[in-house]
Design a protein around this ligand. Sequence first.
Ligand code: FAD
Length: 405
Amino acid sequence: MPKTISIIGGGAAGFFSAINIAKKNPSYRITIYEASNNLLSKVLISGGGRCNVTNTISDPKVLVNNYPRGFDFLGSVFNKFTTLDTQKWFTKHGVNLKTESDGRVFPATDSSETIYKCLYQNCIELGVNIKLKHRLIDLTFNQGRWHLKFKEQHESSDIAILATGINSGIIRLLEKLSIPIIQPVPSLFTFNSKNHKQLNLSGISVSNALVSINELPNRTENGSLLITHWGYSGPSILKLSSWLAFDIEKLNYDFNLSINWNSYDLKSLEKRLFLNVINNPKQKVRNWNEHGLPKRLWQQLFDSTGFKDYVNWSEIGKKGIDKLISILTKYEVRILGKTTYKEEFVTAGGINLGAVDVNSFSIKNHSNLYAVGELLNIDAVTGGFNFQAAWSGAYILSEHLSNMH
Ligand SMILES: Cc1cc2nc3c(=O)[nH]c(=O)nc-3n(C[C@H](O)[C@H](O)[C@H](O)COP(=O)(O)OP(=O)(O)OC[C@H]3O[C@@H](n4cnc5c(N)ncnc54)[C@H](O)[C@@H]3O)c2cc1C
């Protein structure tokens, strides 16, 4: 009898598992069960409709630094299937890729439909069955087989692969199977600050900010920062939201954001400002233009110090310089709440990686049960790294199943 495999979840991890298993083991009978009426829906909306499939960072030791959850686990995973393998895989399967200057890799068409079509058509050509509107509501192991309960029917198979992402139904099911989980929290979000003092600067961005959270001083992130009408966004904020996802949740999304607007080094900034006192005593401070910031931002920051427009460098004094340093390097904003970043958001938490065999993605203490993708306690900052974790896990799982054959 050929082995039967049930894959629960028709997303990136489910499809990539199905294709790679089917290629290596043509005799396996594989079925993808998808709860909704749509396949690969996150792939389609990913990367703003362009699908950032992976990144050019390929050295596993460097690559893992993009994963706030999973970096210890993923080292050996990426040794087996890294970002280069992803690029080769998609190219071999007819998808031309292009790389942007920041290392993100997209289909050359700039359309996530290209990735959708590649995954879907390969599944169909390989004879994978796909069943829509099949939400798994219970999973039990009996007499060497997995029994799957859906709303209207039951199925069973030799092997079950969970690729559902995280939702409350699947968490209940995992708890019932005594599979340890880390309770999920959102990651990759932007910070809300209703009626903040820089509303008139919405749309302005700086390229080299340093951001941190006063209540969580051990983490600082660097990168672009965007002022929006609802608060603060941009890569530096997203990275902070990702690395501190669990701590920020504990703060109930109520905290003080601290911004160093141009990653200024305190000592050299102080020196530069005092040099102005010596070299340009009669020049207005407001007209200073060596701050490296958009002019409107500098003027708003200057105005917020309360200095008169006409104050010049000879009049500002030590206290004044300290005030400028503070506003430039420790600008504080009260944050209350979060907003989902439309390009990419993920869930931190999921199956505790201690319960997962890193060489096979099987769930320890359960026969022939596997889990891949976002359902695991693995998540990354933006840049194609979340999909990469799904591709790598699914590939390793497929290799393991073909070795078992
Ligand atoms: C807006 C947005 C943009 C993104 N852009 C990017 C990007 O450009 N690059 C990147 O690397 N990452 C991106 N991500 C993250 C990436 O999409 C996810 O990490 C990835 O899709 C996870 O794949 P998955 O297969 O594990 O889960 P999912 O894609 O969530 O797929 C899980 C599937 O399982 C189904 N399912 C759930 N429960 C059940 C059940 N009980 N029974 C049956 N089926 C079930 C779901 O309906 C779903 O179809 C983005 C995320 C979002 C939300």
